[in-house]
Design a binder for this molecule. Structure first.
Ligand SMILES: [Zn+2]
Length: 250
């Protein structure tokens, strides 16, 4: 049986990336009634901490916390994502054609982890190719994604827009905490960036920093290639979450 189409799909290189960087957006849109999904590209088998089967259980628990309608894992090679690998591109195209998302979110193209950059390039190729009826063979069940968006991870980018997630910051934190093998303090485990003492706090500060630009206690930044098309600027800015008096001079 075919899946009901997803409204939004986050493509994540590893099983905790969606929670760390898009957790607020997923919780917020899920609560609003949208069908949200996460596709983990790898099982994280090359991570310094956490066995893949444990990480799978953690990902399932986080999906429940976030209220996801769907979560999948392509089981591509961790530390081996490669947008020039035809079988990896085909696997992602087939998955996109199955879950038929409207919005797709992928990592920003410049990141410190090679898998994160490769996931960005893979997503860009697959989102384009999955809309081609004659790729890879004639008469394929093509699907057109409405928009590819990007989420910056560990590099500084000026966002195209910020989503106010203040009301969902606690849910995001609970979803991140599900990934205990990655984020929990464990003196006996190898030291990693995401498990360091300052990591959770620094990510909360990051959300606070971006929230500050839209008058919120927490926000998540997103990017789009090129300018955003706006059909009706009056309606767009009337609908923004800040009340008009927010902008009045004291
Ligand atoms: Zn990652």
């Amino acid at each position: 049986m075919r899946h009901k189409p997803l409204d939004i799909l986050v493509i994540a290189p590893h099983p905790d990336d969606a929670e760390l960087f898009c957790g607020g957006l997923l919780a917020k849109l899920g609560a609003a009634g949208y069908r949200c999904g996460v596709l983990d590209l790898t099982r994280g088998e090359r991570a310094s901490r956490g066995e893949p089967w444990i990480r799978e259980q953690e990902a399932d628990a986080a999906a429940l916390v976030l209220g996801l309608a769907w979560r999948g894992n392509l089981a591509l090679p961790d530390a081996g994502l490669d947008s020039r690998n035809a079988s990896q591109v085909l696997a992602l195209v087939e998955q996109l054609r199955d879950v038929r998302p409207g919005l797709v979110l992928a990592p920003w193209r410049h990141e410190r982890h090679p898998d994160h950059e490769a996931a960005s390039q893979l997503a860009k190729r697959a989102v384009f190719l999955c809309g081609l009826r004659n790729w890879p063979l004639p008469d394929q069940p093509a699907h057109t994604v409405t928009q590819l968006l990007y989420y910056p991870m560990r590099t500084q980018q000026s966002p195209s827009f910020v989503v106010d997630i203040a009301a969902f910051a606690a849910i995001k934190a609970r979803a991140i905490a599900c990934h205990a093998s990655q984020v929990a303090a464990d003196a006996a485990a190898p030291k990693t960036l995401v498990s360091s003492d300052a990591s959770a706090l620094s990510l909360q500060h990051r959300d606070g920093w971006f929230g500050a630009f839209v008058g919120s206690a927490a926000g998540e930044p997103y990017l789009v290639d090129g300018p955003l098309p706006v059909a009706d600027p009056v309606a767009l800015f009337r609908a923004r979450s800040n009340p008009p008096q927010f902008f009045e001079e004291p």
